[in-house]
Design a binder for this molecule. Structure first.
Ligand code: ATR
Length: 521
């Protein structure tokens, strides 16, 4: 697997039928509620959205600020039609909503809406309207008292959030646009300033994903979700993914937390690999993407969340080294760590890219010792590949667009080196038992590129492409056409994830539940 930002949708065979896993009552009782934000222009649209997602959610928030004005007069009828606990919200544009009319009209919409059976009404922290509040309480609804901060966590920290709960039954809610890992730490710490009881904490944006998935782990009352393309706030995750991949309703205070850190990391395949395996094994654990800008800021977060194991991807495979208490030989040799395991004494680092690279080769080459391989590329990913091959006694030629980098890597591991031109083509002719492509050429963003177009495959080579998005790059496609045996990047991704999962849990990722009929992935 090339060390790239993980992108694209999950391959179908990585998605276990986790939807079939029913939430047990005991888990549900300690998990947070999943609340679907309804942002349709009509009540009818909202009912349809609700119907499609009913199986994944516990409640819904009617965002009346998104409604066409002539729909407002029917607001009080909506709860009976919805048949699910509802929050009524009319969010002002200053607080991230769509409502741009007068404050008196907004209060009138709320007063009229509450004639219906809404269980909750969201009122902003700065809204003072005793009679509206009393009406809401008389109707038996609870008030969610919210503050939204889009202009930085500092503005939220400066507010009197301790006083958000005015009556014992109120639910304080803090929502802040989070722009760094440090800000995420600050937001999570603010939970301590909120009075005990039901409370809501939302980190908006890609750095805030942790709060959206881990609501149950953080002891929060709810997390908001929305369907793709209808997000009510930045960074919301769709209900099917939260329920199916992350098993939202199974996450409680005792759920063990694992994850992948990188930047960006939102589209990582890894949650779709590790979470179904936890589910199959009945392990009370969740694996989440954590966007990390400064590696130093990740470790306080890890402490707070009690994170037990982490996959590390770009750009942190090197920066993480300074934080390791211990490491294995592969980390020392490659200068890269892609797996962190928490022990009593601190973080232990491993590099499962090494074993993950070698595992898919085994069915193709019995003995690497004495074989001759060409590695295309001389970056971080190539370094792990070259180390793996040399460790197994394979002779290696490194070809790179920038030949001096190929030379430096070759010197470190006693290899041959050269450029990616016709000279490289003739050198590769005698290093062609195996050809490994490690560069970003052909990756999703540069998908037309072939890093070694002058090389003609004989059909005898084993060709290993460690890019996995797209599944077949132009380079691999030429190799397949020439009749070569080929290995795809997804095979390495799964193999290295298997090694990580063993480090995390002591068990293999793939469970052979039906011997003879293949594995679960
Ligand atoms: P990684 O850690 O994922 O390997 P890297 O260290 O930035 O990333 O290395 C990227 C590798 O891809 C380098 O070998 C780079 O070649 P240069 O050293 O000449 O930059 C190679 N690479 C990137 N784009 C390429 C392209 N279009 N054609 C050929 N090689 C390319």
């Amino acid at each position: 697997m090339r060390d790239i930002p993980e992108q694209g949708s999950l391959p179908a065979y990585c998605i276990e039928a986790v939807h079939s896993v029913q939430c047990s009552r005991s888990y549900r009782m300690e998990s947070a509620q999943l609340c679907l934000c309804l942002t349709g222009r009509t009540l009818d649209q909202n009912l349809k959205t609700l119907e499609k997602n009913r199986n994944f959610i516990d409640m819904a928030e009617l965002r009346a600020d998104f409604l066409d004005p002539d729909e407002r007069s029917h607001l009080n009828r909506f709860p009976a039609l919805a048949g699910i606990p509802l929050i009524l919200t009319v969010r002002k544009d200053a607080d991230g909503g769509q409502f741009r009319e007068s404050e008196s009209i907004r209060r009138e919409i709320l007063s009229r809406g509450i004639q219906g059976n809404y269980r909750f009404v969201d009122l902003e922290g700065d809204l003072d309207d005793i009679s509206l509040e009393e009406t809401i309480r008389q109707r038996g609804a609870r008030i969610i008292r919210s503050i939204h901060a889009f202009d930085g966590i500092e503005s939220l920290a400066a507010q009197k959030i301790e006083r958000l709960r005015r009556k014992p039954d109120d639910i304080p809610k803090l929502a802040a646009l989070i722009k760094s890992t440090a800000e995420l730490n600050q937001l999570i710490q603010m939970q301590d300033r909120l009075p005990e009881g039901d409370r809501i904490l939302i980190g908006m944006g890609s750095y805030g994903t942790v709060t959206r998935i881990l609501a149950g782990r953080l002891g929060l009352f709810l997390s908001y979700t929305s369907t793709a393309g209808a997000e009510a706030a930045p960074g919301q995750i769709d209900p099917e993914t939260l329920d199916g991949i992350y098993r939202f309703h199974r996450i409680g205070p005792n759920t063990a937390v694992y994850g992948v850190i990188g930047n960006p990391v939102a589209h990582s395949f890894s949650p779709g690999i590790h979470n179904p395996a936890f589910s199959r094994l009945g392990i009370n654990a969740v694996y989440i993407p954590i966007q990390v800008d400064r590696i130093d800021d990740f470790f306080p977060l890890a402490e707070r969340l009690g994170i037990k194991g982490i996959s590390v991807t770009i750009p942190h495979k090197q920066t993480v080294l300074a934080h390791l208490r211990s490491r294995n030989a592969a980390v020392d040799a490659t200068g890269a760590c892609n797996t962190l395991v928490r022990s009593d004494s601190g973080w232990h680092g491993e590099n499962t890219d090494v074993g993950g690279f070698l595992a898919p080769l085994a069915p193709h080459i019995k003995e690497l010792s004495g074989k001759r391989a060409t590695v295309i590329g001389a970056g971080g990913a190539a370094r792990s590949v070259v180390y793996s091959l040399r460790k197994e006694g394979c002779s290696v030629l490194i070809l790179n667009r920038t030949p001096s980098k190929a030379r430096d890597l070759a010197l470190a591991f006693d290899c041959r080196w050269g450029p990616l031109n016709t000279k490289g083509v003739s050198q590769a002719a005698s290093f062609n038992d195996l050809i490994v492509q490690t560069t970003s050429a052909g990756m999703a963003l540069h998908s037309e590129e072939d890093p070694f177009p002058d090389y003609c495959f004989t059909g005898q080579e084993i060709v290993y492409e460690i890019v996995y998005t797209p599944p077949v790059t132009p380079f691999l496609s030429r190799a397949i056409a020439a009749g070569c045996h080929t290995i795809k990047g997804i095979d390495m991704l799964i193999a290295q994830a298997d090694l990580q999962f063993r480090l995390f849990t002591g068990q293999p990722l793939q469970q052979d539940r039906n011997p003879g009929t293949g594995n679960d992935l």
